[in-house]
Structure formats: structure tokens, C-alpha cells
Ligand binder design. Structure first.
Ligand code: OAD
Length: 252
């Protein structure tokens, strides 16, 4: 059953000056992107350290590129869902709004979100490990197999964050600032277990934000949340956008 948006939450959404939507794989589940954890999750069948680490890449770049070619293909064939579009509607109304995402699928930008911080990279981008030159997907697809940098001969890799790697500094710092400045922080479709990203909801709460969690299942964050809306983001986010549009209409 879909939870009802309480009058208290409606008021908070209408009054919020700075909103952050912190998203994980669950937000893309209704677009057909598999999540990582849970019974059908990617990591239930494959070991992260064997596919998403620098060691794995250097040991067998062909295998890793095969996996990313497969994921790029899945992601090329999907589209944003009503949850992504609802966040775009909310961004159009809030004085300040940021999406902080752990997803690499580019769906927030494709939906039309403007302020998007990508903590774990973007699967549509690639770069040379030796000279840093950036490459789009056309280059990678044309290369077939392991792409090598035409400028210096170095290995080209996907621009995603692997286990053991640092998050992109600019995106991280902007995310911390957004979390600290938020009055409404929504943690949506994430198991909230991968750090440092998972510390953002706690930073926001400590700085005074109202912490709203949206997920079909409770997570380790649920006990800290001020409110937990249990259900799919593709259903609940359009309801929240509607509430926000209603409040802004009545304010005139
Ligand atoms: P997870 O797979 O850990 O969690 C997905 C969450 O989405 C779960 O809590 C599900 O209950 C929830 N979920 C499923 N369907 C949903 C729906 N329709 N609407 C809303 N929520 C739904 O994915 P993440 O938390 O994103 O890291 O994982 C975090 C990081 O771990 C990923 O960015 C990736 C992975 O290893 C890197 O690649 C560095």
C-alpha cells in the first residue's frame, strides 16, 4: 500500500528552502537497472573486488571491459522513470535543490536535473589512465576490446569509482556543502551502507536537516530518519512533487 503524505511532511516540503535528493540504485530499479545488494542484486552473483577494482582491471582489462560493455548496453537501452522526472519538477520549485547520486547511469541528467553531483562517476565517460585524456562512448565502442589512448598508448578506463578509490574531490566537497545547508534531505533508493557517501544523510541531520528516507525496505539508516516512507521511488516521488506543486500554487 502506498503511504499517504502527512500534512506535517507536506508543510515541510512546501517550506523547504534547500532540498537535497541523495539517490542510489533503487531510483533506477524501475528503469530496469539492476541494484547491487539484495537477492537479485549484482553483488549476489559477482564479487565486487573481482570486477570493480584497479587490481582486477590491471590483471585482466579485457574481462573488465567486457563487463562494462555489457553494462553500457543495458544503460543505453533504458530511460528515466517517473521518480527521476519528479525530482526535476521539484528542482523547478525549490529555491535550492541538488541531486547527489551514487548512480553512474546518467539518468538524472537525461531526465533534466540540472544540479547533479555524481559521487561514483558516470558510465558514459572514460579516460586514459596515463595522460588523463577524456573519451566518450563512441571511441570506446569503436575500439572494441581494450581501448588504448591514441595520444599516449595508455589504457583507457571507465570514469567510475572502484572499490578502494577516492571519490572525485569536487563532487564530494560540493555534496558535503549541500548536505550541511539542506533543510530537507531525502535518502532515496539506497541501502546506505557504502561510505563515505552514506555519511551524507548523517551530516545533513547533524546540521539540522529533516531526514526523510524513501525505500521499499528498511535500511541501516531508517532508525536515524525523521520519517520513513516505505515504497517505490517511482510512485512516491511523483506524489511528493504533486504536494510541492500544490503548496506553491496556493502560495500564489
Ligand atoms: P544497493 O543495491 O545497495 O541498494 C539499493 C536500494 O534500493 C535497496 O535498499 C533497495 O531496497 C532499494 N530499492 C529497490 N527497489 C526500489 C525502488 N523501486 N524504489 C526505491 N528504492 C528501491 O545500491 P546502492 O545503495 O546505490 O558503488 O549502492 C551503493 C554503492 O554500492 C553503489 O554506488 C556501488 C555499489 O557497490 C560503486 O560502484 C562505488
Amino acid at each position: 500500500m502506498t503511504p499517504v503524505i502527512s500534512p506535517g511532511l507536506s508543510r515541510r516540503i512546501g517550506d523547504a528552502r534547500a532540498i537535497v535528493a541523495f539517490t542510489g540504485a533503487g531510483v533506477s530499479a524501475e528503469s530496469g537497472v539492476p541494484t547491487f545488494r539484495g537477492t537479485d542484486g549484482i553483488w549476489s552473483k559477482l564479487k565486487p573486488e573481482e570486477l570493480a577494482s584497479m587490481n582486477a582491471f590491471l590483471k585482466n582489462p579485457a574481462m573488465i571491459w567486457e563487463w562494462y560493455a555489457h553494462r553500457k548496453k543495458i544503460m543505453g537501452g533504458i530511460a528515466p522513470n517517473p521518480g527521476h522526472y519528479a525530482l526535476v519538477r521539484m528542482e523547478g520549485l525549490a529555491p535550492s535543490f541538488a541531486v547527489i547520486t551514487q548512480n553512474i547511469d546518467n539518468l538524472h541528467r537525461r531526465a533534466g536535473s540540472r544540479t547533479v553531483y555524481e559521487l561514483h562517476g558516470n558510465i558514459e565517460r572514460n579516460y586514459c589512465m596515463k595522460c588523463g585524456t577524456a573519451y566518450g562512448d563512441d571511441f570506446v565502442v569503436a575500439a572494441s576490446g581494450v581501448p588504448l589512448c591514441p595520444a599516449c598508448g595508455g589504457l583507457v578506463r571507465p570514469d567510475v569509482v572502484w572499490f578502494g578509490e577516492m571519490l572525485p574531490e569536487d563532487e564530494w566537497e560540493a555534496s558535503v556543502r549541500a548536505a550541511e545547508g539542506a533543510d530537507l534531505f531525502m535518502s532515496i533508493g539506497t541501502s546506505a551502507v557504502v561510505y563515505p557517501a552514506a555519511s551524507l544523510p548523517l551530516i545533513a541531520k547533524r546540521s539540522g536537516a529533516y531526514l526523510l528516507e524513501i525505500n521499499p525496505e528498511p535500511t541501516p539508516l531508517t532508525a536515524q530518519a525523521d520519517e520513513f516512507l516505505q515504497g517505490a521511488s517511482g510512485v512516491l516521488l511523483p506524489l511528493l512533487a504533486e504536494v510541492m506543486e500544490g503548496t506553491h500554487r496556493s502560495h500564489g
